[in-house]
Design a protein around this ligand. Structure first.
Ligand SMILES: NC(=O)c1ccc[n+]([C@@H]2O[C@H](COP(=O)([O-])OP(=O)(O)OC[C@H]3O[C@@H](n4cnc5c(N)ncnc54)[C@H](O)[C@@H]3O)[C@@H](O)[C@H]2O)c1
Length: 419
């Protein structure tokens, strides 16, 4: 089989490494974060979709070697870059992708394949990664080594559409590169989808995320207006979704979070602005609406407490969920964290329960982390559902809470108010 190197052992890189090891490749997982590598080496997973058993099996079979030592990058046949692509001061930060490229460049041998999986704007693979590999290896792309882009579509917590069953877009800078990239993914996923160059593959990923971002913004703005008009937006969306064609339902909520929706569309708007001098208005509008949803949640909560003769200051508020997505422990860019910050800023006594979030969050110093139980529920002036994890006992919650503000439309009852 093939020597596979995965650079970046995160939500994307680790599941890919596990899958590659399980089909028989010899996989090195390289990461600069020594604490993550130590966890992996000890058989501990910090990514929901990878179990400790799976990890331990791959390590003991000698198929997976986690390492924080760059010399472990030597001898790869296929290297995949899965490092972060955040925003820094609102602008794309490709430093992690570029440093990954610099690390693996000297180990790139003739005949090897380099694949970028990190989400980025169209042109990244050819304009930013390729030159660094050429420079560090002394080789020529398309002549001595292959290079391409394949976006990740991983959906943490989704048991139906897994890494293996979700079709994977593949691309290369030329025919040989496409062939090499496709040949690798054909060993790990059920279906590969070919596009003509890395730029189309890079754009495809950004279209997917921008589509979600814009549609979520649409229903969020609708939810605000429908509430003021006295119309049940949730019922209206459910009714619209009975149309068997030309409509896809999206759910309102307290905002968007995670590593993708609040960030990726900005990569696209930045590229459009940089290359064409024009504004990508849909992205800007969606950003504006979605990023203000936590303010709207705090405002609605303030009105609800006011109805009960209570100021926010000093009110005891129990938040259910800190993760940005149900049934996951990822609180990065989570709107729930922003809601907590706003309420703390108004002087509320904020408590939060999230059985999935184990890594530290930005509100740990000001918010008391608790387990949901009768005592917590009955002593809260308001209980707010921000992330509708299946692990919460909703019957208990609705029967004990005095007032329940449901941002996910999970419950009904006299004491329940929906977003
Ligand atoms: N999380 C998702 O669901 C998801 C889905 C699709 C695409 N993506 C994209 O995939 C990329 C990776 O995202 P993620 O969620 O896996 O990130 P992550 O933060 O979970 O993991 C990235 C890892 O890369 C490591 N790293 C950073 N610089 C490095 C370097 N120079 N060399 C080696 N390792 C390095 C970090 O220590 C970290 O462990 C991003 O571009 C993201 O937008 C993420």
């Amino acid at each position: 089989m093939t020597n596979v190197l995965v650079v970046g052992m995160g939500y994307v890189g680790l599941p890919l490494a596990m899958r590659a090891a399980s089909v028989g490749h010899d996989v090195v997982g390289y990461d600069i974060d020594e604490s993550r590598i130590a966890l992996l080496a000890g058989g501990e997973s910090y990514v929901e979709d990878v179990t400790a058993g799976e990890l331990a099996a791959a390590i003991s079979a000698g198929k997976f070697r986690p390492s924080a030592d760059s010399s472990a990058c030597a001898n790869f046949d296929v290297a995949i870059i899965a490092t972060p692509t955040p925003l820094r001061d609102g602008l794309p930060d490709l430093s992690y992708v570029e440093s990954a490229a610099r690390t693996l460049a000297p180990y790139t041998r003739p005949g090897a394949t380099v694949i970028v999986e990190s989400t980025s704007y169209p042109g990244t693979t050819q304009e930013r990664v390729l030159p660094l590999i050429e420079e560090g290896s002394g080789l020529t792309a398309g002549v001595d080594f292959y290079i391409g882009y394949s976006p990740e579509r991983i959906d943490p917590g989704n048991s139906i559409w897994t890494f293996t069953t979700t079709p994977k877009i593949v691309s290369g800078i030329d025919e040989g590169s496409l062939k090499a990239v496709r040949a690798f993914y054909d060993t790990v996923v059920d279906e590969t989808v070919v596009v003509s160059s890395p730029r189309e593959a890079e754009l495809a990923k950004l279209i997917e995320n921008t589509f979600r971002h814009v549609n979520i913004a649409l229903v969020n703005e609708l939810a605000i207006f429908a509430h003021e008009l006295g119309i049940d937006v949730w019922e209206a969306i459910r009714a619209a979704a009975t149309k068997p064609f030309g409509f896809m339902p999206f759910a309102p909520g307290p905002g968007v979070g995670g590593h993708c929706l609040p960030i990726d569309p900005s990569y696209l708007s930045w590229r459009v602005e940089r290359a064409l001098g024009r504004n990508f208005r849909f992205v800007e509008l969606a950003d504006d609406i979605n990023s203000h949803m936590p303010d709207y949640v705090a405002h609605r909560l303030m009105l609800a407490l006011n109805e009960r003769g209570l100021p926010v200051k000093g009110a005891r508020i129990l938040l259910l969920g800190l993760a940005y997505k149900k049934n996951t422990g990822d609180a990065r860019e989570s709107p729930a964290v922003r809601v907590a910050q706003l309420l703390v800023g108004m002087g509320a006594q904020v408590r939060a329960a999230d059985p999935h979030v184990v890594e530290p969050t930005a509100v740990d110093s000001t918010v008391t982390r608790v387990h949901v139980g009768p005592e917590e529920l009955t002593s809260a002036d308001a209980v707010v559902l921000l992330t509708d994890h299946d692990a919460f006992d909703y019957d208990e919650i609705v029967s004990q809470a005095h007032y329940f503000f449901d941002c996910r439309h999970r419950l009904s009852g006299a004491n329940v108010e929906a977003l």
